[in-house]
Every structure is written in C-alpha cells, then in structure tokens.
Design a protein around this ligand. Sequence first.
Ligand SMILES: O=C(O)[C@H](O)[C@@H](O)[C@H](O)[C@H](O)COP(=O)(O)O
Length: 241
Amino acid sequence: MQLHISENLDKLSTGVADWLVQYIKQVLQKQDRFTIALSGGSTPKKLHELLVTDKYRNEIEWSKLHFFWGDERYVPLTDERSNAKMAYDTLLNHVPVNEAQIHIMRPDVAPEESAAEYEKLLHNYFDGKPTTFDLVLLGMGDDGHTLSLFPGKTEVIHEQKLWAISLWLESQNMYRITLTAPVVNKAACVVFLAAGANKTTVLKEVITGAYNPDLYPSQVIKPESGQLIWFVDQAAAGNLS
Ligand SMILES: O=C(O)[C@H](O)[C@@H](O)[C@H](O)[C@H](O)COP(=O)(O)O
C-alpha cells in the first residue's frame, strides 16, 4: 500500500492528476483500452476539473478510455446527487469521448435490474482477464464507507459472488447501485482520495486499525494482485505518516 500526503486538496488533486497521466500512458503502452471506475462524492471534483485543463487534457488519449462508476445514487441523471451527473458536468462533457465509452449505472430501470445489467456488462468486459479495471478511483466517507458499502450493511460489505448489487439506504432514503469488493479487489490499481479533518479519525482506523470491515467498510478493499494507493491531505492524515 502506498500513502501520499499532500498539503491540501488542491495539491492532492494535482498529485493525482500527474500520477494518473503517467499511469494511463504506461498502461496504453501494453493495451489499447484503459478502463476506469469513477468515484462519486465531492472529493474527485477538483481532480476532474484539472484533467480538463490543457495541461492534462492534451496528455491523455481519451478515445482509449472507458468510464464506469464505483457506485451510483438511484436518482435521475438530472439530479444534483447523481454521481454520473457530477462526472459529466466536471469531466465527461469537456473531453473528447463518446457515449460508447461511458457506462453508467442506469437510474431509469428498477434498481435490481440496473445492478443485474451492470453485472453482465462487467463480465463482458473482464471475464477471462487477469484483472478487472485498470483503475478504480474511490472516496471514503467520514464513517469509513466506500462505494456504497456502508457500516452495518454486512451483506453488501461481504458480498462475494456478485460484482454489482443494489441496496436500500434508509439513512438517505434512496436506493444505491454499487460495485462490490470482489470486482474492485481484482483491479490492477485502486486509488483512494480522502481529504478533510472530518476523516482523520476514521482514516487512521481504516489504515492502521484492527480489521473490522463491518464498522470500517473501506478496509474490505484489498487488491489481490493490484496496487492500493491512498492520496490524502494533511488534514485527513492527522498523525499518519
Ligand atoms: O456516492 C458516493 O457518495 C460515493 O461514491 C461515496 O463512496 C464517496 O466516495 C464518499 O462518500 C466520500 O465522499 P466525499 O468525497 O464527498 O467526501
């Protein structure tokens, strides 16, 4: 596991953007497609906004990237809570990609159907390959959740068969569609982004505490053969080093 600590979210985002450009180039030297699962939440926004500036935009072969999501709120694509909307608004509408490269978790069919459709899509892409996504970008909530694996949701946290499932999240009064640990843990590289003092305590528990994924679901992310990299700011890192 690698831990990169930056002074603040801006510097964290720049560090991730620099790393990402090099990683994409490295992967595309060996294959003609790069698969990335985007994270929801607010932390990735700054990274997305950087990637659409000339400095980074011109360094990436956008036509070779395929975009997936780690999880989605089951709300219309026009809803501000939609992870897909956030990605379109801050990234996908500003780079030369076409709809065939973008694979959303559909909010216009029943949640179970959307998850089942995504399950099929993922197997079409990754069955028979040594790893799944080239990169999974993840955030971590201040309760230690990642994707839509929330504390106490033991079935979802420990799902071992399906790669994509739907769940009812009573705390937010909405359905969620989420990838599960098995498909993420088969990725070639998993990157967590975490920033802010509200994550200090939980980050220390997740990274250095006893293994307790029912309380700290982010701990269930342990790539089998891929890299695990944390990009955090000093506020979240606290006295981690
Ligand atoms: O749909 C979501 O909410 C995200 O996928 C979720 O897992 C997010 O990454 C964390 O909640 C961190 O969110 P912030 O980046 O806003 O702190």
